[in-house]
Write a protein that binds this ligand. Structure first.
Ligand SMILES: Nc1ncnc2c1ncn2[C@@H]1O[C@H](COP(=O)(O)OP(=O)(O)O)[C@@H](O)[C@H]1O
Ligand SMILES: [Mg+2]
Length: 249
């Protein structure tokens, strides 16, 4: 039996006196597709930030495929195979789609410092293949500022793929997108995740997208794990319905 892709125990994080993460336990198996949902302010992004190494928890532990994270910097976490996207769009807007992908590819390849013409060509081939996988090859030479919001969200997904992660952490990958393109993006994410044998953890507001995509759902509220289960279990959980109907999310 292989190690879980992610194992989180007793994760705790306070900002001043505000408890953003309250003893969070979470185990995600290799190859699993996990959604994290919950009202605004529940701690979802903070959890992703700890998993990605962007912030350090006050207490608790994170293991990636059995290896304990110990205050690693984000680039070291990326080298362990964890890739993430941001809730707020994070692309280089004056560069082309292709160049953004190349930057992401380079960030963890370690090849930038020995850049022969042959190696550069290989990188460009890899980027082109990734662009095809995310169906953005037609926009390769467009400046990011000129493409649609939906295509930028798609590019962000491509950029995390370019870092060759084993575990994908997507923070609201479909935020701000129209209904149809939201479903198109999540279908693409699912297809690539399965094809490449990745583990997917995604934070998502659109409950239809969540129920369509997730194998397991973790519901967060007030910094803690409020409920966890298969989509049908979560759908039947009246306490979960209450925090949604009565909550702010
Ligand atoms: N760097 C920070 N400093 C202070 N408070 C923060 C910081 N990051 C998040 N918070 C607070 O922690 C709570 C949880 O935020 P967040 O994890 O972004 O929630 P979610 O993604 O579930 O909406 C929020 O109330 C937010 O204001
Ligand atoms: Mg958030």
């Amino acid at each position: 039996m292989s190690q879980p892709a992610l194992r989180v125990r007793g994760l705790h994080k306070e900002f001043g006196r505000f408890v953003a993460l309250d003893s969070v336990d979470l185990t995600v198996d290799e190859g699993e597709i996990r959604a994290i949902i919950g009202p605004n302010g529940a701690g979802k992004t903070t959890l992703i930030n700890v998993l990605g190494g962007q912030i350090v928890a006050d207490r608790g532990s994170v293991e990636v495929a059995g290896r304990r994270l110990n205050r690693q910097h984000p680039h070291q976490v990326a080298k362990l195979g964890v890739g993430r996207t941001y809730q707020i769009s994070s692309t280089l807007r004056r560069m082309t789609v292709f160049d953004n992908m190349l930057c992401a590819h380079n960030a963890v390849s370690g090849k930038w410092f020995s850049l022969s013409a042959g190696r550069l060509r290989k990188m460009e081939d890899a980027v082109l293949a990734d662009l095809k996988a995310i169906e953005l090859d037609g926009l390769a030479d467009q400046v990011v500022d000129d493409i649609s919001h939906g295509d930028r969200k798609r590019l962000e997904f491509g950029m995390v793929l370019a870092t060759r992660p084993k575990v994908l952490l997507l923070d609201e990958p479909t935020a701000g997108m129209g209904l149809r393109e939201r479903h198109e993006l999540i279908d693409l994410v699912l297809a690539v995740t399965r094809e490449r044998g990745l583990t997917l953890v995604f934070v998502e507001h659109d409950i239809d997208v969540v129920f369509k995509a997730a194998e397991t759902i973790t519901v967060m509220a007030l910094g803690g794990v409020f409920a966890e289960g298969k989509p049908e279990e979560i759908a039947a959980n009246s306490a979960v319905q209450d925090i949604y109907l009565g909550g702010t999310g």
